[in-house]
Ligand binder design. Structure first.
Ligand code: MF3
Ligand code: CO
Ligand code: CO
Length: 266
């Protein structure tokens, strides 16, 4: 509550900085999309993200962030988030979340998509659909000045409808000149998020992680980054960067060729 909320309410010029960062990040996702095919390794995906970003004279935000050594996260099947790109090659039937964050003139754009690789089983498609619909439902429910918990309420309602669960240990976040800042955006309602408000000029992410089975997670103790479902079942995630305006939410990271509200994965 002692946060200086004023500083988080961006001016029109600052908002344009965030819009440009979101636009570039979305363009990068569009560039990547055709490469996500059986046979490509997650390390090759990372290389594409890195090279495209630096060729445009921007910066991959995750590179060196808290000791992380790659330009994106690649989370396959039971990996919930923070999968580290490496030698693993995608195969028919996989689902992979690619999470990219760029810094453009000091501003951050952060987004992720879960891609279906070839023929994906019904449950894989369903967790993707649920996570995508939960994200859009939560964003559509936002109004200037509304409590942060509107997001958690909507994500939990969508997940419940499908019989899926919502990850709690990893959350969305405010962003701007910093990658992760106030406020925390939990995808379930809690006491704090019921008291905090999304004011015009604030930027934040909505990035629900939906598990087919248990909501519980386990952190890989070998790399201290990779987060998996405790039961080994599938997990999917979508993420957008959102700006709250005086007229309502504005999605800053919508790709030209990516899925839009109403898209069917099933
Ligand atoms: N992009 C992730 C998010 O949505 C954060 C990744 S941090 C990293 O917040 F260090 F794991 F890359
Ligand atoms: Co992200
Ligand atoms: Co994020």
């Amino acid at each position: 509550m002692l946060q200086n909320l004023r500083k988080l309410q961006l001016t029109e010029v600052q908002r344009d900085g965030m819009r440009a960062a979101g636009r570039f990040n979305a363009q990068l996702m569009d560039y990547l999309r055709p490469f996500i095919q059986p046979g490509i390794t997650t390390g090759e995906i990372d290389r594409l993200v890195h090279d495209y970003t630096v060729q445009h004279r921007h910066t991959p935000a995750t590179l060196g962030y808290l000791g992380y050594s790659r330009s994106c996260c690649t989370s396959v099947n039971d990996v919930i988030c923070h999968g580290i790109p490496g030698d693993c090659a995608l195969k028919d039937g996989d689902i992979i979340n690619v999470d990219i964050t760029s810094i453009v003139d000091g501003w951050h754009g952060d987004q992720s998509e879960t891609f279906l690789v070839g023929n994906v089983c019904e449950e894989g498609r369903a967790v993707c659909q649920c996570s995508f619909d939960a994200m859009h439902r939560a964003i559509a429910a936002l109004e200037p000045g509304c409590p942060v918990s509107v997001i958690g309420d909507n994500v939990v309602e969508e997940a419940t409808k499908w019989g899926f669960s919502v990850v709690r240990e990893y959350v969305g976040h405010g962003l701007g000149r910093r990658f992760h800042q106030y406020p925390n955006i939990p995808h379930f309602p809690d006491r704090k998020s019921r008291q905090e408000r999304l004011l015009p000029g604030m930027c934040f992410t909505v990035e629900p992680m939906i598990n087919a089975g248990t909501r519980f997670t386990k952190l890989d103790t070998k790399d201290n980054w990779t987060v998996r479902t405790r039961d080994g079942r599938l997990s999917a995630q979508f993420e957008h960067t959102v700006l709250m305006t005086e007229r309502g939410p504005e999605i800053l990271t919508q790709p030209e060729n990516g899925p839009r509200v109403g898209h069917r994965f099933l």
